[in-house]
Design a protein around this ligand. Structure first.
Ligand code: GLV
Ligand code: MN
Length: 205
C-alpha cells in the first residue's frame, strides 16, 4: 500500500512538474535551485523530503488530516513551482471549503471514495463523486471541498499544487475565527449576533 503511494506520488510529481515547466506560476529563478543561507553543503539530502515516512504503518487518523510537502517543510521546493500534500479522510469526514490563492490543485484519489466540489466565480457549484484511481482538478483560487461520504471507510488522496507555496484560505476559519466583529458578520450574513457567536463557538473546538 505504502509503496503504491510512493509510486503514485512520484508519477504525479513528474506530471505536475512537466506542466509547470511550460507555465510556471511561481517566479522563475535564475539558478538551478535555491539553497537557503547557512545550509550545509548540498548533496542528495537537500533534494529529499522524508516527512511522509510518518505515514508508513501509521494508524488512520481520527480527524481529517493533511500532511504537506511545501516550501515551509521542504526548502528545496523554493523556485520549483510544485508542492504536494497527502490527505487522509476518516469515514464521514470533510475538508471544509477553502481556496489556494497561488495554485491549482490536482487531486488523485488512492483509496476510498470522495465527493468533491468547486464553486466558480459566477457562484456555480460543480460536484463529482470520485472513485479510487480518479483525478480531479481544482482551479486556482476557487473555493472547493472534499467529503468522504462513506462513514465506515477511510479515504486517502494525494494532491499536487502548481506552486511551492500554494497557501490555504479556510472559509470557516477566515470568516469566523479571526477578529472580524460579530456585528459586521451579523450584518454580512443577515443574521443576529447570537447566531454568529454560536458559529464561532462551534469552530473553537
Ligand atoms: C485539499 O484540498 C487541500 O488543499 O489540502
Ligand atoms: Mn485544496
Amino acid at each position: 500500500m505504502v509503496s503504491k503511494i510512493y509510486e503514485l506520488i512520484f508519477v504525479m510529481a513528474l506530471a505536475f512538474a512537466t506542466i509547470e515547466m511550460g507555465r510556471a506560476s511561481d517566479p522563475d529563478i535564475l539558478t538551478d535551485f535555491i539553497v537557503p543561507e547557512g545550509s550545509p553543503p548540498v548533496d542528495g539530502n537537500f533534494f529529499t523530503f522524508t516527512g511522509m515516512r510518518q505515514l508508513v504503518g501509521a494508524p488512520p487518523p481520527e480527524k481529517f488530516k493533511v500532511l504537506k510537502a511545501t516550501l515551509a517543510e521542504f526548502p528545496a521546493l523554493n523556485g520549483q513551482s510544485v508542492s504536494m500534500a497527502v490527505l487522509e479522510f476518516p469515514g464521514g469526514s470533510v475538508n471544509p471549503p477553502h481556496t489556494h490563492p497561488r495554485a491549482s490543485e490536482l487531486l488523485f484519489l488512492l483509496d476510498g471514495g470522495l465527493q468533491v466540489g468547486i464553486v466558480d466565480t459566477t457562484n456555480k457549484l460543480y460536484t463529482q463523486t470520485l472513485q479510487e484511481g480518479d483525478m480531479f482538478i481544482f482551479p486556482k483560487g476557487l473555493v472547493h471541498f472534499q467529503f468522504n461520504i462513506d462513514a465506515s471507510k477511510p479515504a486517502m488522496a494525494v494532491s499536487a499544487f502548481g506552486s511551492a507555496s500554494a497557501g490555504t484560505v479556510s472559509i470557516p476559519n477566515t470568516v469566523f475565527n479571526t477578529s472580524i466583529s460579530d456585528g459586521i458578520l451579523a450584518k454580512s450574513f443577515k443574521t443576529d449576533i447570537s447566531t454568529i457567536q454560536k458559529l464561532k463557538a462551534g469552530l473553537a473546538h
